[in-house]
Design a protein around this ligand. Structure first.
Ligand code: AMP
Length: 355
């Protein structure tokens, strides 16, 4: 177990690393960040940072040797980087989560084998296979690159069977997965944690609304969350145990008409749909993750308030002064200077009494 004053390293310097570092600092830890970015959101609030490419394994080894435990804030940390870090410090979560979740096909196989339902899918590695898969699964369907997609990037919706081969080429001819379009009524997510000792807790479900493939709003607890909670916890627990996971992860779920839950994807990290916990729970998802990494007892995930979280995307952040003057708004800005369209610049939480 790490005591206050211990050093925790984070691979990745984005806003998730920043918020992890802030909550870890509140628990008395010194956070050091490893990032290829010269001026990163996390590096600017951490006690220290190393700026080097992820494939500089000597730098990774020195970084890990200088801290007591290492975690990561995004799932596309190269496996070799995480492996090297794990040879010089305790790595939490471990490698398996990265190996499984970096590839949409491996992830779908893993969850289906664990008895978790997903939309029907096929692995696709050529234009001909794309056409065969669309013939098998029908339209509409979604072709996604197996690796490195996020915020709706690396995806093509296929509405006519004859468009399958062109969609595969448009994604660069890389290995893909075809997913049948899930007939969901809404999207929810569960953010759950597992401790070193195997304790599992979950925050209430959030209901999520996307625009252009990017999360816009989360509302938590989701309406009807109680009815879905035990199923969501079963799914999250199967994943946490199957990955031998220590830390926080998020599971994005489709809710079907009949109330069944289909898994969309796993995020082996803290997640945008858990940002509401920063102000509506005594222990946020960020503190929860750092508690798990440090080998501490997990915090109580019960919220004291309901919350609505709105992302500030691109130019939204220019409204910061108006938001800062609005009573009751909890404003979180990530310290990014370039407000490019589609870039997550911050978020706001608005609290209300629990129903
Ligand atoms: P993803 O990056 O896979 O989470 O996809 C981003 C968003 O696209 C999801 O939150 C859904 O709104 C939508 N989406 C992705 N896959 C599917 C699917 N198989 N069926 C219907 N909608 C989907």
């Amino acid at each position: 177990m790490l005591k206050p004053g211990a050093r925790i390293g984070i691979l990745g310097g984005g806003q998730l690393g920043r918020m992890l570092a802030q909550d870890a600092a509140r628990l008395g830890f010194d956070v050091h960040v490893f990032t290829p970015e010269e001026s990163s959101p996390a590096g600017r609030v951490a006690a220290g940072s190393v700026v080097a490419p992820y494939d500089d394994l000597d730098a990774v080894a020195r970084f890990a040797a200088s801290v007591d435990a290492v975690t990561y804030e995004f799932e596309n940390v190269p496996v070799n980087t995480a492996r090297t870090a794990g040879e010089h410090a305790t790595l939490r979560p471990g490698l398996k989560a990265l190996e499984v979740c970096q590839d949409r096909v491996t992830e779908k196989r893993f969850v289906n084998d664990a008895g978790i339902e997903t939309t029907p899918w096929r692995a696709v590695s050529s234009a001909a296979e794309a056409s065969e898969a669309v013939a098998a699964l029908g339209v509409p369907s979604i072709l996604k690159t197996r690796r490195l997609g996020y915020d709706g990037k690396g995806q093509q919706v296929i509405r006519k069977a004859e468009d399958a081969a062109a969609a595969f080429e448009a994604l660069g001819g890389v290995p893909c997965i075809l997913e049948a379009f899930a007939p969901f009524t809404r999207e929810v997510s569960v953010v759950a944690a597992r401790s070193v000792g195997g304790q599992i807790v979950a925050f209430p479900l959030a209901e999520n609304h996307h625009e252009g493939g990017i999360l816009r709003t989360s509302i938590a607890p989701a309406s009807g969350a109680d009815a879905l909670a035990s199923d969501a916890l079963r799914i999250a627990a199967a994943i946490l145990v199957g990955l031998d996971y220590v830390g926080v992860l998020a599971v994005e779920l489709f809710v079907l008409e009949d109330g069944r839950l289909w898994l969309n994807e796993i995020a082996p990290r803290v997640h945008n749909t858990g940002h509401w916990t920063m102000d509506a729970c005594a222990v946020s998802q960020f503190e929860q993750h750092m508690r798990a990494v440090a080998g501490w007892a997990l915090g109580d995930p019960a919220p004291h308030s309901a919350a609505r979280m709105d992302n500030l995307i691109g130019a939204d952040v220019e409204r910061w002064q108006a938001l800062a003057s609005e009573p009751g708004v909890c404003l979180h800005l990530y310290g990014k200077d370039d407000a490019r369209p589609g870039r997550k610049m911050g978020h706001v939480n608005r609290l209300s009494p629990l129903a």
